[in-house]
Write a protein that binds this ligand. Structure first.
Ligand code: SAM
Ligand code: SF4
Length: 462
């Protein structure tokens, strides 16, 4: 098992999402099939791309065989993310022989990471476009279609925040809002600072205006996004100030954020979350590893003790808060004893949920330059399996304790197993499945919990 547990949308390995907003097949200049892989930031970027292409008269289709242009918005965080795109490009070779006019583009982190190598290695690809170059994309596509010219937009910018572009949202109850882009942390394992460039924050006025427009469109929940979201700063405004402004927008009842870094959690932010009814009592707190030596080697900027003290403080200030985490198993030189330190912290902190990954060496990162990727694959896999099992037991225990209790949920859609049941989410981000024909998507509802699994709560309308 590569990785597991909860919230599949944030995994680079979950199924791609196809952008279909703004489908105008009759008068569109051409049809685009835009597939999004990877994190929520990529989903948001696809909404920006949707808006930019819509402005040029392009329409969207969910069916790739009907598309004139196929775009993959990609992830580079682990090798599996690259491998999936390579496989897709292989599949497209046949399609392109049948339809030589088809334009294929690679967007996002993989385009930025591999640059022109993609054009050299994959003749099927007509254009590449990195996360800071989406304004060039309509021209790149026009040239590929009209002149059959292959092109690349891969400049990183210190300023680009796309503040003036209104993304074309994919329908749902939650809307993503990127409040900052890039990352300056340079964790030694991570490719993000190289694919998304330097950290820059948007003007809070733009973020609040965007939130107001979303509330007017009926969205009840927004999730503030950034690679290092809680280091947001614009002039005098810090992340807590921005969150409070967003939470005060009438109509918005839930505000979430991801992904934060443990180094940027001042008490002001924790009190803001505790005190404002619209700020969800849920914090993602990426741990990465439990050993002091490995954390130093990762350049994470905290010790295991500091991390645990922060988790305790979060639970003191925000009663009932749910804490989730990210963990990497088998980073360069991680010994069995060091791995067991991670298990110890997982046991002691008792996370509500966890994303658990095998270390994947990324070209160009500090770790790839300095140390061999020397933990054998089977050892990495065993560590992931053990941690997933441990986390499952913890999640199961926590969910079991909720039996008979009542939770307030926001309905997101039909449950995967039955159209007669709703799939909803608690403030703590736990999925709840229940039936109530009087309700609809976007409604809040109280649910009494009658059954639990490690990942899901099952209940009846209360
Ligand atoms: N900015 C966030 C933070 O500081 O933790 C994380 C963003 S990253 C897109 C999401 C997660 O992917 C990380 O928390 C880390 O656990 C995982 N990740 C990043 N690089 C990785 C690598 N080279 N191998 C395995 N997992 C990795
Ligand atoms: Fe990557 Fe570290 Fe930045 Fe997160 S904080 S995006 S893990 S470099």
């Amino acid at each position: 098992m590569q990785e597991a547990l909860t919230i599949a949308q944030s995994c680079a390995d979950s199924a791609p999402r196809v952008h279909t907003r703004g489908v105008v097949p009759d008068n569109a200049v051409a049809l685009v099939n835009l597939q999004t892989f990877g994190c929520q930031m990529n989903e948001y970027d696809s909404e920006l791309v949707g808006s930019l292409l819509h402005g040029r008269g392009y329409g969207f289709t969910a069916e790739d065989h009907k598309a004139d242009v196929i775009l993959f918005n990609t992830c580079a965080i682990r090798e599996t993310a690259h491998a999936r795109i390579f496989a897709r490009l292989g599949d497209l070779q046949h399609e392109k022989r049948q339809r030589p006019e088809l334009v294929v583009g690679i967007l996002g982190c993989m385009a930025q990471n591999l640059k022109e190598d993609i054009l050299l290695k994959f003749p099927v690809v007509d254009l590449i476009c990195g996360p800071d170059s989406y304004r060039q994309l309509p021209d790149l596509i026009d040239r590929a279609r009209g002149l059959r010219e292959r092109g690349a937009g891969i400049d990183l910018s210190e300023y680009e925040t796309y503040d003036d572009i209104a993304p074309t949202r994919v329908e749902g109850v939650n809307a993503w809002i990127a409040i900052m882009r890039g990352c300056d942390n340079f964790c030694t394992f991570c490719v993000v600072p190289y694919t998304r460039g330097r950290e820059r924050s948007r003007d809070p006025r733009g973020v609040v205006d965007e939130t107001r427009r979303l509330a007017d469109q009926g969205y009840k929940q927004v999730t503030l996004l950034g690679q290092n979201v809680n280091s947001y700063r614009h002039d005098a405004a810090d992340f807590a100030d921005l969150m409070l402004q967003v939470a005060d927008v009438p109509g918005i009842e839930r505000v979430r954020f991801t992904s934060p870094h443990p180094k940027d959690f001042p008490e002001k932010l924790l009190h803001a979350i505790a005190d404002h009814p619209h700020l969800c009592k849920q914090i993602h707190l990426p741990l990465q590893a439990g050993s002091d030596r490995i954390l130093k080697k990762m350049n994470r900027g905290y010790t295991p003790d500091e991390y645990q003290r922060l988790a305790e403080r979060i639970r003191e200030i925000i009663p009932g808060v749910a804490i989730s985490t990210d963990i990497i198993c088998g980073f360069c030189g991680e010994t069995d004893e060091e791995y067991l330190e991670t298990e110890r912290i997982v046991r002691e902190v008792e996370f509500e949920s966890a994303f658990i990954f095998k270390y994947s060496e990324r070209v160009g990162t500090i770790a790839a330059k300095l140390w061999p990727d020397d933990v054998p694959e089977d050892v990495k896999s065993q560590r992931v399996t053990r941690l997933v099992e441990l986390q499952k037991q913890i999640s199961a225990k926590k969910h079991h304790a909720m039996l008979g209790g009542t939770v307030r949920v926001l309905i997101e859609g039909e449950s995967k197993k039955s159209a007669a049941e709703w799939r909803a989410r608690t403030e703590a981000n736990t999925i709840v499945v229940f039936a109530d024909p009087t309700k609809q998507v976007g409604d809040f509802c109280n649910v009494r919990i009658t059954e639990t699994t490690p990942n899901t709560l099952i209940g009846v309308a209360a």
